[in-house]
Design a protein around this ligand. Structure first.
Ligand code: UDP
Ligand code: MN
Length: 241
């Protein structure tokens, strides 16, 4: 039987939110045996988001996972952490030990081949992520079909200098690490999470044709600053003239 993919997507309210989730959701409609865990950085579950999710016809879990207020004033904000932690605790409390976990942000772009490969992850699989940092790619380095090192533009003394979208974890494997967690530490979330699940380099399963192909890209949508303030000012201006 085809192993199930638990695809965890952090999201947050802003004007691009519904567009991002429509695009991603319609990618996921092409994927068999997938559960979409959408964790919103919001105090409650937005009913419009719930309508979007139910209209896709995919099995989904809609979680409300607001970022604790204290982190919002940090120099470097830990984006998506409260969301992923909520998804991890949902998986744990529902005792899900079959299938594969993947963290896919709402603005990333996914080639469908990613899903057919990560689905068969036995422990932890890894693969390149496009459009990351100065080097434009973050990838494991492979020798004799084994991961031996990492190519990443921001090593930062991390043991696992990889992007959140660059790995998948088997849920039976994850269940052996009840203390698995992701800290509120911007830039070090992947490293700390992979340390918390006792990852060993010789156990990593390289995917995407020996890490020579890119099946996921860290795309980013341009943000417009305070559009509503501009509308308000323009309205004021127009009403005067
Ligand atoms: N995110 C969030 N709350 C925030 C900012 C971001 O939940 O205040 C989510 C966002 O939807 C995305 C993930 O966290 O899925 C990473 O954020 P973003 O894409 O802005 O970060 P970047 O890719 O630029 O590092
Ligand atoms: Mn992003």
């Amino acid at each position: 039987k085809l192993p199930k993919i638990y695809f965890v997507t952090p999201t947050y309210p802003r004007r691009e939110q519904m567009a991002e989730l429509t695009r991603l959701g319609q990618t996921l409609m092409h994927v068999q045996n997938i559960v979409w865990i959408v964790a919103d950085d919001s105090e409650s579950c937005n009913p419009r988001l719930d309508t979007l999710l139910s209209n896709l016809g995919l099995p989904y879990i809609h979680l409300s996972s607001p970022m604790p207020f204290m982190y919002k004033s940090h120099k470097s904000i830990p984006r998506g952490v409260s969301n992923r932690r909520a998804a991890l605790s949902w998986i744990k409390s529902n005792k899900i030990t079959d299938g594969v976990l993947y963290f896919g942000d709402d603005d990333n772009t996914f080639d469908l081949r990613l899903f057919s490969e990560i689905r068969h992850t036995q422990k932890v699989s890894m693969f390149p992520v496009g459009l990351i940092g100065d080097y434009s790619i973050s990838s494991p380095i492979i020798k004799n079909n084994k991961v031996v090192a990492f190519f990443d533009s921001w090593p930062a003394k991390r043991t696992w200098p990889v992007d959140m979208a660059g790995f998948a974890v088997n849920l039976g494997y994850l269940a052996k690490y009840p203390n698995a967690t992701m800290p509120y530490k911007a830039g070090y979330e992947e490293d700390a999470f992979l340390k918390s699940i006792g990852l060993k380099i010789n156990e990593i399963e390289p995917l995407a044709l020996g890490c020579t192909e890119v099946y996921v890209w860290h795309t980013q949508t341009t943000k417009t600053k305070a559009p509503l303030i501009k509308v308000a000012k323009d309205t004021l201006k127009n009403s005067k003239s």
